[in-house]
Design a protein around this ligand. Structure first.
Ligand code: SDX
Length: 387
């Protein structure tokens, strides 16, 4: 087919770049950020510590973390002019459309950094965006509900502040349970980076043209939105709600296997993980530990667990090496945090922005900075003449 992506193993298995940030072994189900296994980071380090690691290559000392945390709290505020942008959107605007517009608009407030005069400019550019994305995301959410914006609270940590900004009433000193902060913090860490996935490849491609870094991140947000990529988490919950009961699972497993039916199990399969997605395993463990404290919807969880059990014993899935991926369980925890499914990919953006920025910087630090220019295999008409 012309215009479609056609894959042959040799073509897609060539490395698109070399990187020191994230390592994935698809066969063994291994994922490491700067050499640390995701299992250790997810259980023992905060998302802010993981951000420091991804952006600087090493984990922060207690003093470095304290300074980092305070800077993020201060930089969480956004220019008042940006609020007007949100009021220009229609009531039913999808939060992802609003967030990508807002991050693109952020570049108009900081255009001097296009020149990237020195390393400190680069560092500030990254920390500024990382700190502001949750605020812009919360503004998008509250705009979608037509309720007043809540500003960040200097007394609250990165992850707690996001839950506060989306759930608090104006003037309310909302107490956020520690278990909710820990659950969302872990989800951010699991989404932080993932090698050269579609949206990261887009970020690096836009970086290679020399465009503003916030334009590159905007492109990454838009690429992530698709349901084959970051939009899958929203589709998983919609699918579990549509299946509706454990008794109907077999009907949908059969539909997945029917070549005449284009139904696909969202949250299943992965281009790289052909054994299991370690992030899905961590999320499943988190769910098992927290489902009572978080009051997770037991019916949706039972449907998800039945799908996983049936699929993992069915030859259709085994022969195609289809296992749950990160999106399969994340939505159940986010639903328990009272975050609507329309905001799930926004959560993915908040977690992944640090990976995009780390990859952007790695490209920028590359002395060659070659512009991205994939080649194609031409399968169109032979040369012909008008005469
Ligand atoms: C993310 O790249 C990354 O790292 C991404 C990500 C990250 O952190 O950045 O990990 C995040 O995007 C996770 C993936 C989220 N997407 C979904 O859950 C959507 C559902 N999954 C699929 O659409 C699919 O599995 C992909 C897109 C994830 C992977 O697609 P591939 O590797 O191109 O596989 P394929 O489409 O060629 O499918 C191979 C076979 C096909 O069957 P046959 O044609 O050989 O008979 O497996 C089947 C597919 O029909 N298949 C599925 C399926 N996924 C693949 N069948 C049923 N349900 C599915 N989910």
């Amino acid at each position: 087919q012309t215009g479609m992506f056609t894959y042959d193993p040799g073509f897609t298995s060539t490395a698109s770049c070399s990187s020191t940030i994230t390592y994935i072994d698809g066969e063994k189900g291994e994922l490491r950020y700067r050499g640390y296994p995701i299992e250790e980071l997810a259980m023992k380090k905060s998302y802010l510590e993981v951000c420091y690691l991804l952006l600087n290559g090493e984990l922060p000392s207690p003093e470095e973390l304290a300074a980092y945390d305070y800077e993020f709290r201060k930089r969480a505020y956004v220019h008042e002019g940006l609020k007007n942008l949100f009021y220009s959107f229609p009531d039913n605007a999808h939060p992802m459309a609003m967030l990508s517009s807002a991050v693109s608009a952020l570049s108009t407030f900081y255009s001097e950094h296009i020149m990237m005069r020195n390393d400190e400019d680069l560092q500030v550019m990254r920390r500024r965006l990382l700190a502001k994305v949750p605020t812009l995301a919360a503004f998008a959410y509250r705009r979608s509900l037509g309720i007043p914006f809540i500003y960040p609270d200097l007394e609250r940590s990165f992850t707690e502040n996001f839950l506060y900004m989306i759930h608090a009433y104006p003037g309310q000193d909302l107490k956020i349970p520690e278990v909710q902060v820990r659950a969302l913090d872990t989800i951010f860490t699991l989404h932080a980076d993932h090698e050269q996935n579609a949206s990261t490849t887009v970020v690096r491609s836009v970086a290679s043209t020399g465009a503003h870094p916030y334009a590159a991140i905007t492109a990454g947000i838009n690429a992530l939105w698709g349901r084959a990529h970051g939009g899958a988490n929203e589709s998983v919950i919609a699918q579990l709600e549509y299946i509706g009961s454990v008794e109907r699972v077999d009907e949908f497993i059969a539909r997945t296997k029917d070549p005449e039916d284009d139904f696909r199990l969202m949250g299943f399969g992965h281009r790289v993980y052909k054994n299991f997605d370690p992030r899905a395993k961590i999320l499943k463990k988190l769910l098992d530990e927290m489902k009572d404290e978080l009051n997770v919807d037991s019916e949706l969880l039972q449907i998800a667990e039945k799908i996983e059990a049936v699929a993992l014993s069915d030859d259709y899935f085994i022969s195609r090496k289809l296992y749950p991926n990160i999106d399969f369980y994340s939505g159940l925890i986010l639903t328990a945090l009272k975050i609507p499914k329309e905001m799930f990919t926004i959560i993915f953006v908040i977690g992944r922005t640090v990976g995009w920025l780390a990859q952007w910087l790695e490209f920028h630090a590359d002395s060659e900075k070659k512009i991205a220019r994939p080649r194609q295999r031409y399968i169109g008409p032979e040369t012909r003449s008008l005469t």
